[in-house]
Design a protein around this ligand. Structure first.
Ligand code: SF4
Ligand code: SF4
Length: 328
């Protein structure tokens, strides 16, 4: 059964560029383990925060682990919320690292969790398991970071990165520490290579901090950031900016092509943005309803269409944007 949808403006932009967006082989299992977080950042596409109760249960994790071990997907990417705040975080990581065929594990770290009481174990645990860290750091100076992420977040992040450096993160090739930059408003990120050079120079000079790479990610016009733009009367102009900067050369690298994204309750999506837009993958076996990841058969999954919408222009504007930064 083929489930068809009316073409949206993003599909039409692809068509005009004579491109189609098709899934390739699954390379990344991305688990959004929940919306619980100690921060409430302005740009957060998850609407995460300390009062959110949606988190992945141990039972859901068991079902995912059993399915995942029987696939050849090489990478687990954990996001949230703050992944370390779910009770089964350690078990999830150690099980995947100890599979007969161990997988690469990435953690989208909110560094401030490291200095919250009760989370002192985080740096050593991540290092022992050689978990790759991708940490948000929207600027190398305090004002922008505090404005976007909350008062005091800059200093707390600096302290956390210094601790991670002491353990070898950002210095030892086995302990990857990458930073994520996202703009502090309704504009596109600058060129990634130049900004990375600035970050490396400034972070080293002022705080003695080393890291491996900087990923530039555009803000998506959804959830909390869309509300912020709307409040400031900028939503329309930001959407226009994204549309006007549609870059066809980014389409090949879009993360929805090789990622299986999963919500805290096990449902499958094309990406974390579609998850937040409540656009589950429509799988023919379920009559077009959402499906659980443990029911996915990878062969047929790779032939499923990707669901798109206007927000997709956030991934294809300018140099493009993905979980691994710019695309061109
Ligand atoms: S952006 Fe990250 S750290 Fe900030 S509220 Fe959202 S999940 Fe938490
Ligand atoms: S928003 Fe999701 S589905 Fe759309 S282009 Fe980006 S990654 Fe792909």
């Amino acid at each position: 059964m083929v489930i068809s949808e009316v073409k949206n403006e993003f599909d039409l932009a692809l068509e005009n560029a004579q491109l189609s967006l098709r899934r390739g082989q699954a390379e990344i299992l991305q688990l959004n383990v929940g919306k619980l977080c100690n921060l409430t950042c302005v740009h957060c596409h998850v609407n995460a925060g300390p009062k959110r109760e949606e988190i992945m249960t141990g039972e859901t994790i068991d079902q995912i682990l059993e399915w995942f071990e029987n696939t050849d997907i090489p990478t687990l990417d954990m996001t949230g919320g703050t992944p370390e705040m779910i009770p089964d975080f350690k078990r999830l990581v150690t099980t995947v690292r100890n599979f007969d065929q161990p997988r690469r594990v990435m953690d989208r770290l909110n560094a401030t969790i490291i200095n919250e009481p009760g989370y002192e174990w985080v740096p050593e645990f991540l290092a022992e398991n050689e978990v790759e860290i991708i940490a948000s750091m929207p600027c190398y100076a305090p004002d922008n970071v505090n404005e976007q992420r909350g008062d005091g977040v800059f200093d707390r992040s600096i302290e956390a990165f210094q601790k991670l450096n002491e353990l070898g993160y950002g210095r030892d090739p086995k302990l990857t520490l990458n930073f994520v930059y996202n703009p502090n408003g309704g504009f596109l990120p600058p060129a990634q290579a130049e900004l990375e050079a600035d970050y490396k120079r400034e972070m080293k000079a002022h705080f003695g901090i080393d890291f491996h790479s900087l990923f530039c990610i555009a803000n998506m016009p959804i959830s909390r950031f869309a509300s912020y733009l709307k409040r400031n009367g900028e939503l329309q102009s930001y959407m226009d900016l994204l549309r006007q900067n549609f870059n066809p050369s980014t389409v090949d690298g879009l993360m929805c092509r090789d990622t299986i994204n999963v919500s805290w309750d096990g449902d499958v999506f094309d990406c974390d943005f579609n998850q937040m837009m409540k656009m589950p993958l429509r799988y023919p076996q379920t009559g077009g309803e959402s499906m659980k990841v443990w029911d996915v058969e990878l062969d047929s999954f790779s032939r499923q269409p990707i669901r798109t919408g206007s927000h997709c222009f956030g991934c294809t504007a300018g140099s493009g944007s993905s979980c691994g930064g710019s695309l061109s």
